[in-house]
Design a protein around this ligand. Structure first.
Ligand code: SF4
Length: 151
């Protein structure tokens, strides 16, 4: 069993109510080979919701309390992001997922790139809050691009 970002399987759970379908991932879910996780929904956010970016660091810094997740209106939503990461971790441990495929660039799910905190569509190397937590727990995290490269 693996776990995947829900939006990659076609669930409309992105901040703006859209999905990021990758057919190969949808297929894995249909074959019961993958469970869905959306850390932001698990954290308690509605869909749609405001976009948010990590300010002052990366996901690991958020977990350590030295960076924050701020939404576009300037509200500090760090707590919900951390909460969602821990809930996702719980599910992943329950199903004993061998690895996890997370949507690149997200402040939760990004595994090698995230937005830089200026809401200007600029990306920087880094990982989201959930990706950072899972890696700390020794769980392998890859992006949808890496999964497709494996084919
Ligand atoms: S990138 Fe992650 S947190 Fe964002 S919608 Fe997809 S699954 Fe949810």
């Amino acid at each position: 069993m693996i776990a995947v970002s829900s939006c990659l399987a076609g669930i409309r759970c992105r901040y703006n109510g859209t999905h990021s379908l990758v057919e190969k991932i949808e297929e894995l879910v249909k074959q019961n080979k993958a469970v869905l996780i959306c850390p932001e929904v698990l954290g308690g956010f509605p869909t749609p919701r405001e976009s948010a970016e990590i300010i002052g660091g990366s996901g690991a810094d958020v977990l350590d309390g030295s960076a924050k997740v701020i939404d576009k209106s300037g509200r500090d939503v760090t707590k919900l992001y951390v909460q969602g990461a821990y809930k996702a971790l719980e599910i992943i441990k329950e199903v004993n997922a061998s690895y996890v495929v997370l949507k690149e660039n997200s402040p939760s799910c990004g595994s090698s790139m995230i937005y830089n905190g200026t809401f200007s569509s600029s990306k920087i190397p880094g990982e989201g809050v959930t990706a950072a937590l899972l890696r700390r727990e020794g769980i392998q995290v890859i992006s949808e691009n890496e999964l497709l490269d494996m084919a």
